[in-house]
Design a protein around this ligand. Structure first.
Ligand code: HEC
Length: 139
């Protein structure tokens, strides 16, 4: 968590950001794969790293969203096992709805981190873009 906090502080402090698009690809391997990291992916990264501040979240956080709280369980630098068994959109919608249900006490014994997931539908596309930017196909 300490590493994650330091990493996020560095990312937030960046003054100039060099975006990466497919046109920049100069990889010897994986040259046929998309590799894009732009403003949308960065917005998703921020949602991934943002927690609710306090848990249970305040009404203000619940109204505004933007707190993925993903970092509470998925630690950098790997974040995930890179295997998406469902579509990313399905997984994110599951987390969004589960966070809501966990706060409403409709789930028995949820992990407290799940109550801290406060996502609005508009948070999901940038989060999906960020996760796709992490994905690397080794085939
Ligand atoms: C309470 C802990 C917890 C939180 C919070 C959490 N996850 Fe997960 N997540 C897991 C576990 C456990 C797995 C299954 C093991 C694995 O694949 O690492 C998983 C799996 C996943 C997968 C792979 C799903 C699949 O179909 O294979 C994705 C993608 C993912 N999480 C994204 C997220 C995102 C995005 C967030 C924030 C909105 C988040 N997680 C928050 C614990 C958590």
């Amino acid at each position: 968590m300490d590493y994650a906090r330091r990493l996020f502080a560095r990312i937030r402090a960046l003054q100039t950001i060099q975006w990466i698009s497919n046109a920049d690809r100069t990889f010897a391997i994986h040259a046929d794969q998309d590799f894009v990291f732009g403003p949308t992916e960065l917005a998703g990264l921020k949602i991934f790293f943002t927690g609710p501040g306090v848990n249970p979240p305040t009404p203000l956080t619940i109204a505004s969203g933007g707190a993925g709280n993903c970092i509470a369980c998925h630690a950098p630098p790997a974040f995930t096992d890179f295997a998406f068994h469902n579509t990313i959109e399905d997984v994110l919608e599951f987390y969004r709805a589960f966070g809501e249900k966990a706060r409403a006490r409709e789930v028995r014994n949820p992990a407290p981190e799940l109550r801290g997931i406060v996502l609005k539908p508009h948070d999901l596309p940038p989060l999906a873009a960020f996760l796709r930017a992490l994905n690397e196909d080794y085939e």
